[in-house]
Design a protein around this ligand. Structure first.
Ligand code: XMP
Length: 516
């Protein structure tokens, strides 16, 4: 295990992910964690993250120097590097000279950290990403200085015998050349971490711990068609087989092929015991004539909970259920403020609306995993590739991609257009470049067109491909014109009700990703 100490920058999660990309398990702890609390994780290494503070500001987060005598490897990054230098007796100067963004770093000595970099000779420069005001002017005694920049005389140092090292720049960001190699040199060559965090081992470990936790009890899991619940259920199934029952509420608002993917392909791949509640008619009945987006969401949320509750109660009565499995991911756990208790309250919330007399214990087999690891585990478990690679999709489904009232006919039109767009995007190999690709039917808008020999009066379809990191902000994807042309031509040829295809070129903000 590698413990990443979060000094309050946004970089701790990225560092933890990069460590795992080096096949080493990592956890994040807040900088308020004591040395004992850090050591409880039995870490082979500790990484001190960057942070917004200056070590000279009163109340700046400190590092207990006891960490450096705890027989554990330590790597300081940015603020962590400076705090480390100060704690070990080096000199951190408040220079007033700031270095932000792209900065040339000169390697003066390969040491262990830079030995694999293939730099062209001494004083070789490489591109790094920086963000600091103070600078280390003298390395602690016994440390070798490996690099400098214009603003930082000591930009990297190491003491391999004590298994201590640090860098002023951010090796975890992609803008830093050789960043991952430097991190791996620390992990493997200085700290001696083994590269055993692999999808196969993650599956084996989870299976063992689920078996231990669940014993011979029964577990329920709700499938949404999304990646997280699919992988969580598949792991539980791998561990305890028939003791798991899955529930899938088919509300009729999914895209083409998605319900079949869950009911047929997923079951074939995993062998789960699946209970399907086919309630499309019920949902459409309640949605009839409703055009207000928030009203649609309320109706769908309410009906979903009703259905899930009724189905769950039935299964619980028949089979006696003790556990509910959920696809909570590590970022949710970290962001909910760490601490097991806090995370449990939040995830129980996610279940939403289960009546008080239906009490389950929660199991969260993905709570140590990042999204890319969840996908890798899904592949390891043999889930269909389309499911593992799926973009996020909103709970209310296609209902909030029909601007206007929702009915079966409009859903069918949108489903065909959406299937074409998704198919062409995947065929172009650009799936991974796009965060989400909503396809929207403007059901109450008509425009004049000409198709074949006649005038048409059809509906427009809006293409809304976006790039994003987290859905909080987004930009419109610059998809190639020939791909857009293929999508447009196919939709207007193959979906007779649609005679116009338009592209949404709005970022978020001001536009949201979805149209409703
Ligand atoms: P917006 O449209 O607000 O969407 O930019 C941000 C992200 O949230 C998804 N989304 C939803 N997900 N229920 C959900 O489960 C909803 O009601 C909902 N509305 C939007 C959207 O797809 C995007 O990923």
């Amino acid at each position: 295990t590698v413990v990443v100490v979060d000094f309050g920058a946004q970089y701790a999660q990225l560092i933890a992910r990069r460590v795992r990309e080096a096949n080493v398990f990592s956890v994040i702890v807040p900088h308020t964690a004591s040395v004992e609390q850090i050591l409880e994780h039995k870490p082979r290494a500790v990484i001190l993250s960057g942070g917004p503070s200056s070590v000279h500001v009163e109340g700046a987060p400190q590092i207990d120097a006891a960490l450096f005598d705890a027989d554990v490897a330590v790597f300081g990054i940015c603020y962590g590097f400076q705090a480390m230098a100060q704690a070990l007796g080096g000199h951190v100067a408040a220079t007033g000279q700031r270095e932000y963004g792209r900065t040339a770093t000169r390697a003066t000595e390969p040491g262990t950290l830079f030995s694999g970099l293939d730099l062209p000779g001494a004083h070789a420069e490489f591109r790094t990403w920086m963000s600091h005001g103070d600078a280390v002017h003298a390395a602690p005694e016994g440390f070798t200085t490996l690099a400098s920049t214009d603003g930082a005389p000591v930009a990297a140092f190491e003491h391999p015998e004590r298994r201590l090292a640090g860098v002023q720049f951010h090796p975890e960001v992609l803008h830093t050349e050789h960043g991952q190699r430097i991190l791996e040199a620390f992990l493997h060559d200085i700290a001696g971490c083994r590269a055993d965090w692999t999808p196969a081992n993650i599956v084996a470990d989870s299976v063992a711990s689920i078996r231990k936790e669940v014993g011979d009890s029964r577990v329920l899991c709700a499938l949404s068609g999304g990646v997280d619940s699919a992988v969580a259920a598949a792991l539980v199934q791998r561990a305890i087989g028939d003791q798991l029952t899955c529930v899938f509420v088919d509300h009729g608002l999914l895209r083409e092929g998605e319900a079949e993917q869950v009911e047929r392909d997923y079951v074939a791949a995993t062998g789960v015991d699946l209970v399907v509640a086919s309630v499309a008619d019920q949902f459409l009945g309640h949605l009839a004539g409703v055009t207000d987006p928030e009203q649609k969401r309320k109706i769908i949320g309410r009906e979903f909970i009703r259905t899930f509750e009724a189905t769950t109660r039935q299964i619980a009565d028949d089979r006696g259920i003790d556990f509910l499995a959920q696809g909570t991911l590590y970022p949710d756990v970290v962001e909910s403020g760490v601490g097991e208790g806090a995370a449990n309250i939040k995830s129980h919330h996610n279940v939403g609306g289960l009546p008080d007399d239906l009490q389950f214990k929660l199991i969260e087999p993905l709570r140590t995993l990042f999204k890319d690891e969840v996908r890798a585990v899904g592949r390891e478990l043999g889930l269909p590739e389309e499911m593992v690679n799926r973009h996020p999709f909103p709970g209310p489904g296609l209902a909030i991609r029909i601007v206007g009232a929702v009915d079966a006919e409009r859903l069918a039109i949108l489903r065909r257009a959406d299937a074409i767009a998704r198919h062409e995007l995947a065929a172009s190999g650009l799936d991974g470049e796009v965060w989400q690709f909503p396809v929207v039917l403007l059901a109450d808008v008509r425009s004049v067109g000409v198709q074949g020999d006649g005038r048409t009066y059809g509906h427009p379809i809006v293409l809304r491909p976006v790039t994003s990191e987290d859905a909080m902000t987004a930009d419109w994807s610059r998809l190639p014109f020939d791909l857009l042309e293929r999508i447009s031509t196919r939709i207007t040829n193959e979906v007779p009700e649609v005679n116009r295809v338009v592209l949404d070129v709005t970022s978020k903000p001001p536009g949201t990703i979805e149209w409703e």
